[in-house]
Structure formats: structure tokens, C-alpha cells
Design a protein around this ligand. Sequence first.
Ligand SMILES: NC(=O)c1ccc[n+]([C@@H]2O[C@H](COP(=O)([O-])OP(=O)(O)OC[C@H]3O[C@@H](n4cnc5c(N)ncnc54)[C@H](O)[C@@H]3O)[C@@H](O)[C@H]2O)c1
Length: 483
Amino acid sequence: MAIKNICCMGAGYVGGPTCSVIALKCPEIKVTVVDLSKERIAQWNSDKLPIYEPGLDEVVKLCRGRNLFFSCDMKAAILEADLIFISVNTPTKTIGNGKGRAADLKYVEGAARIIADIAKSNKIVVEKSTVPVRAAESIAKILIANQKQGVTYQILSNPEVLIGGEETPGGKEAIEKLCSIYERWIPRKNILTTNTWSSELSKLAANAMLAQRISSINSLSAICEATGADVSEVARAVGFDSRIGPKFLQASIGKRTRLNLSVSFYLHCISLIGFGGSCFQKDILNLVYICECLNLPEVAAYWQQVIDMNEYQKSRFTSKIIESLFNTVSGKKICILGFAFKCNTGDTRESPAIHVAKTLLDEGASLKIYDPKVEEFRIFEDLTHPSICESPEEVRKNVLVCKDAYTASEGCHAIVVCTEWNEFVVLDYNKIYEKMMKPAYIFDGRKILDHEALINIGYHVQTIGKQLGKPAVMRSWCTNSVD
Ligand SMILES: NC(=O)c1ccc[n+]([C@@H]2O[C@H](COP(=O)([O-])OP(=O)(O)OC[C@H]3O[C@@H](n4cnc5c(N)ncnc54)[C@H](O)[C@@H]3O)[C@@H](O)[C@H]2O)c1
């Protein structure tokens, strides 16, 4: 029997877009996305979706009410589903054993208990959340311990287009059923199938290795700045070697989106202020924790270094800003362009912009922030989060969220580019220069601007992985040094 009815638990960044595409590509399947948060479901049912993703609005508008539904009625959706995705959050634990590193599986466990409680017919349960290896076993334990007579479960692990399941006839059949859904838009040869544990580990491994590549090139960017090499040139040369390849070594890569269910959707430019996004840091911390639990301290230390390098890159960038502004930003106005962790999203989780803004606020600066897709309330929530902020009042006093880049930069001593939005590339920097304090500084944390043109206008420009010259007006003062 083919899948006719899908329920997705968790209407977040993964559940919402994934199910929207399934509904689009499989019009004969009814897809219902449920969430514990009534507010989130109401947003999915409104004209203003809770998340921004290019193309998502159109897909939702086309399918919503046809075969795509967002609902708080979890019971009805689970009862009628043949297949249930668990797409709930797996944040890093903030208390107890493994605090700060292990993935907190309480939401996954909660979802499994709800399924066990409600289900009255056979279900394929698909673990879409990123989980530690053998988490599927925990889901199975909960489901089996609460199994009703005649109800059977197949548990699959399905990060992106990798499907892991049991090597039993029932497991293989469940894998085939899920494959048949993805096959509607992904060639069969691109859908990998493995055993459950390989699938779970592969997701963590892929994120860890991609983050490692970013940390590697970022470590080289520090050497470039100290020596006069240019990290873009180094990256191009290194990537020319077919054994290494150019991907993720370029300052800008072709990004694919969640709508493509690609493994690389949260990747972005390298040689910048450090990687962000909801997954990399959390998943590597989780990997480190797993290694420690498995008594593999050397392996744990190896992966920990990828995170440490990312932290170093972020703090190196902010230190550079402060040093350049005569070693103090106290009382200065700084414009932050971009707050999302990458362009084409309103997602700010682990965004390097948060680190930059927090450090500058701690040093006494006042900030004017603009991002095309991040809402004002989100910026304030991030900057006043108790984990990084002791005085929300101070933040509210010193941060102004602006409606465009021109307003944001007016009267500022410096502009800091934190997200690689294309609109920042095409701004009228002559016009902006006129209205800034002088000397006017630009810190390009994403390597997206035309630095020579900016220097010719009169800006002092700093970027990552490359030394830049002084503005034309300053050259006669100081011929042999760089900023
Ligand atoms: N964001 C990404 O790009 C991405 C990519 C790959 C994998 N993942 C993984 O997918 C998972 C989900 O990520 P996300 O970014 O969508 O998270 P999210 O925080 O955006 O959404 C999770 C949603 O699950 C809901 N939820 C929690 N418990 C629930 C329950 N019992 N029943 C119904 N809903 C429940 C929450 O209210 C929340 O709305 C995580 O494990 C994450 O690591 C995320």
C-alpha cells in the first residue's frame, strides 16, 4: 500500500518546507503538519509565514487547503497518518549530564510518546530531526513498550535524502515507500539507503566535515592577513586541485535551499566571520560528546578544534573592528548590515552577527541594525537572551533596528557587513559615505563588496583573509603600511 497520508510533528525550519515540497510533488498525498505551538501553526496558516525561504510562499499558497494542512489537532493527524515525520527540535542540553554538548532529546522522546499514545494502526515513523547515533533505538523502545495490539511500527532515519532503516523485509519495505515519495523530484540514484545507525552518524559526519572545511580555510585566512597573501587566491589555487575541489572554498557558492532537500542548504561563504546556522555548532558539539562517551578523547579533541577555530574567527573579526576604530568603540555608532546567519533566510540561530553585535555593545557602542528578512523582535530576542545578556534595558537603549541600509548607516562611524545579502553589494556607497562620520570604515565580514571601489570613495576597508590598502586621501601620509 502506497503512502496516502503523512503527518509531520514539528512545523519548524525543517518540517514546514519539507512537507510543503512533498505536498507540491505528491498531490494525491494528504500532508498535515502539526506543532505544539499554536502560534506557529497560526503563522503557517496566515499570509506571513513564520520562516522565509525563496519560493516557499508560492508553494504553500498553492498547496495549503488542497493537500497541505497546518494544524494543532495532533490526534486526528496521527490517527490517519501512514507515515509520521518527527521534525522536532534537538537543541544542545543546557542542564545536567552532557550540558553544553549533548543533544537534548526530550522533544523527540515527547513526540514518540504522543505517537505511542494515539496510534491505532501501523505507522512508519521517520526520524527527521538530527539525533545522536542510536536515537532511533530510543524511539523504538518507547513505541514498542506502549504498543497497542495489532499496531506495528517501522522506524526510519532520514536526514535529507539519506534513508536508513532496518535490514528486515519490513524495514526494506518502509524504506522503499519513503523513497517513492522523494523519487517524485529526486533521481533514485541520488537517494541513498543505509542501515539506521549509518544514516544517523552520516548526518553528523557530513555537518562536521563541512564545518571543518570552513574552519580550515578560515584558519588560513589568519595567515593570509599576517603575510599579505589573499585567502580568495589561496582558496582558488587549492580548490584547483581535483582531489580537494573548489566547493566551499570559494568566497561565494551556489546555495541550494531547504526546498531542494539538499545536504548543503545551510552552507554559505567561507573566509568570513565564522559559520552559523542551527546545525553545525550543535551537531559538532554532539559529535564531540558522543566521542567522549565512547572513550575516544583524541577524536573528541579533533572535532572540538573545528568549533574552537570558528569561535576564534568570530572574535578575531570583532577585535579587528575595535582595534581599527582607535581601540575604542565606546560612544560610537556602528551599522550592522545583515543579521541572518546567511542570505535568503530570516534564520538567526547561531548567527555570527549576534556575536559581533554583543561584543560591540559590551564595548560601549550603539548599533543600528538592518537585515532585509529578520524582524525587529527577533533581533531583540537574540540580543537580550539571558545566555548572553545581563541588561536587556541597555540593549534596548543602544540598538536601533532600521528599515533600510541607508538609514542604518547614517551618522555611523563604521559599517559591518555580517550577512552576504546581494542588496548590500549594489548599495550606493557614495551616497552612504556622504552621511557617515569620517573617517568612515567598512568591515566586510563576507567578502562581498568591491573593496577597491570603496577605497577610492574614501572608506577605510577591512576584510577577512586579505590586507587592503588605505583610502586615496590617506596614502600620502602613510605610504608603506596598511590599515
Ligand atoms: N534548520 C535546519 O536547517 C536543519 C537542517 C537539517 C536538520 N535539522 C534538524 O531538524 C530538527 C528540527 O529543526 P528545525 O530547525 O526545524 O527546528 P525548529 O525549532 O524550527 O522547529 C521544531 C518545532 O518542533 C515543535 N515541537 C517540539 N516538540 C513537539 C511535539 N512533541 N509535537 C509537535 N511539535 C513539536 C516545536 O514547537 C518547533 O516548532 C532538528 O533536530 C535539527 O537539528 C535542521
